[in-house]
Design a protein around this ligand. Structure first.
Ligand SMILES: Cc1cc2nc3c(=O)[nH]c(=O)nc-3n(C[C@H](O)[C@H](O)[C@H](O)COP(=O)(O)OP(=O)(O)OC[C@H]3O[C@@H](n4cnc5c(N)ncnc54)[C@H](O)[C@@H]3O)c2cc1C
Length: 500
């Protein structure tokens, strides 16, 4: 980084060392570097490692993901960051041979019908042939082909996932597929989950095509045509990961940050300004302080609320109204010979109506290569979420017992695992409830009163890793712009664009 003439160097604090904080910090340095300017960056993390919920552990040749195991390739910001970090050759797609999943139906694993995408079929025949739905359920689903579209009061009108699916495809489609598939991603109650904030394309499909099934079918035809025409190049499928696990992304970001810019084991306890103005002041748990000209909060919304309480109570109150759910992962390592049935797929989801205490289970060794040594298997179950909050409070032994009991009933696995790993993510999954986007707009409007303060994290415009990266990069750009406006000498003239 070059040293800016005689201008003071802007001090920027990023609070939170998960993917949001890391992506923001990386973008700030990257942009400053491109413009040959200096910034004094500090990334502050309460824990003793970076990555937040991203946590890959290695043991006996297994690569265990205690948090996210992949990210979606359809949203470009994850892949783009990996490429900028030089990780392209480490990207791995899901195994082609077993690209299918199962859903538990009356105690049995049934394959998700071919072409079924999250909540609706793109092909009618597999959805009719599957035993997952009853005949009345199938007839009700096809009624979507004839039902009129719902008149909306405005383009941004919201609806819960449950209401939308019940209305278009019927109750069975909700209970048997949409709830476990989408509830599994968001660990949410479908009666509360905002479709506008999570999967707006389904609402738009109804407005554009009237029938969801027709819209999905047309989209599939279009996709097939464009795939056939696409130039050769790496295709990863819907989900991608990294050879060494998701922590490889964290490690790559870490190595791009100057070592003295990172403060681990440092909890920020308050964020304030003197009434006369001046820089931001960060209070740490140990009584020390840090001054910063700009701050990016890369935390859960309620954690940001806690820091902002004294400074801006209305903003803090809005931030607090974004709820979070807790979830736990239970990794179990097995000898392949102890698994009596072949696991030809990526895993299964469990509808709430099945009344089991696990939400889903990934067959990690089938989903991505290199996750288990030869002749070994790695299974990863999820517990908790908005619909089963009590399960999060069980101790490790109880969680392992419940997962093993379910694996015995569903997969016939009786033998104990070689070892297991339980990890809890307390209040880590933001719940985007109906009206979420309006709430975020109100938060953005209130936050604008503090231009050198940016709110990143998974509570606002997407919970997945690519969305977190996008938001953080936008926050970094806005922060640099605000500092440029507040201290014109700090940044070069506005001829350069911040974005790529
Ligand atoms: C179990 C699980 C599985 C998931 N699976 C996927 C998946 O497969 N694909 C996908 O795309 N997404 C997945 N997600 C979602 C995605 O991983 C998260 O939304 C994202 O990683 C959140 O990153 P973050 O940096 O915003 O928050 P976090 O990772 O929670 O990081 C916030 C950091 O801030 C620190 N902190 C908190 N308070 C303070 C303070 N006062 N001072 C200093 N530091 C503080 C915390 O210690 C933490 O490290 C999953 C999430 C979970 C929990």
């Amino acid at each position: 980084m070059g040293i800016a003439d005689n201008s003071p160097v802007p001090r920027i604090a990023v609070i939170g060392g998960g993917i949001s904080g890391l992506a923001a910090a990386h973008r700030i340095l990257d942009q400053a570097n491109r413009l040959n300017r200096s910034v004094d960056l500090t990334l502050i993390e309460a824990g003793n490692r970076l990555g937040g919920v991203i946590h890959t552990c290695e043991r006996d040749g297994f690569v265990l993901e205690a948090g996210p195991d992949s990210f979606i390739s359809e949203k470009p910001w994850g892949l783009a960051l990996c490429r900028r970090l030089g990780l392209e050759s480490s990207l791995i797609g899901t195994g082609d041979a077993h690209r299918r999943s199962f859903v538990v139906c009356q105690g049995q694993l049934q394959p998700v019908p071919d072409g079924f995408y999250l909540l609706a079929p793109t092909q009618l025949w597999p959805a009719i042939a599957t035993p997952i739905f009853s005949w009345p359920g199938k007839v009700r689903m096809t009624a979507d082909l004839f039902l009129p579209r719902k008149k909306r009061s405005g383009e941004t009108e919201d609806e819960s996932l449950a209401s939308f699916v019940r209305r278009r495809l019927g109750r069975e489609a909700l209970d048997r597929m949409a709830q476990p598939m989408i509830g599994g991603i968001y660990t949410s109650d479908p009666e509360e989950l905002s479709l506008r904030a999570t999967m707006p394309r389904f609402l738009d499909m109804e407005q554009e095509h009237r029938s969801l099934i027709l819209a999905m079918w047309r989209q599939r035809q279009k996709m097939l045509r464009s795939h056939n025409q696409q130039a050769a190049g790496p295709r990863y499928g819907l989900f991608v990961s990294l050879k060494e696990g998701m922590a490889q992304l964290v490690k790559a970001l870490h190595t791009r940050l100057p070592p003295d810019s990172i403060r681990l084991g440092t909890q920020v306890s308050a964020l304030w300004k003197k009434p006369s103005g001046g820089p931001w002041i960060l209070n740490f748990g140990n009584g020390s302080q840090l001054e910063a000209d700009g701050v990016c909060l890369a935390l859960a919304a309620f954690q940001s609320a806690g820091l902002l309480e004294a400074l801006d109570a209305p903003l803090a109150s809005k931030l607090r109204s974004i709820r979070y759910a807790s979830t736990a992962t239970v990794n179990l390592a097995y000898s392949l010979e102890d698994i009596p049935r072949s696991l030809e797929g990526f895993g299964f989801v469990v509808p709430a109506i099945e009344r089991r205490q696990i939400l889903a289970c990934t067959f990690s060794h089938m989903k991505f290569s290199g996750r288990a040594p030869h002749n070994r298997a790695l299974l990863r179950a999820f517990m908790g979420g908005a619909l089963q909050p009590e399960a999060f409070d069980y101790d490790d032994d109880e969680m392992i017992r419940i997962v093993r009991q379910n694996l015995q009933e569903l997969l016939g696995i009786v033998r104990p695992p070689l070892f297991s790993l339980v990890e809890r993510h307390a209040q880590a999954m933001a719940q985007y409830r109906v009206g979420h986007l309006d709430l975020v707009a109100e938060i953005e409007a209130l936050a604008k009163r503090h231009p050198a303060l940016q709110l990143a994290g998974n509570g606002f415009t997407g919970i997945g890793i690519p969305d977190c990266i996008r938001r953080s990069e936008e926050c970094a750009d806005r922060l640099l712009e605000a500092l440029d406006t507040a201290h014109p000498r700090l940044m070069p003239p506005r001829v350069a664009q911040w974005s790529d």
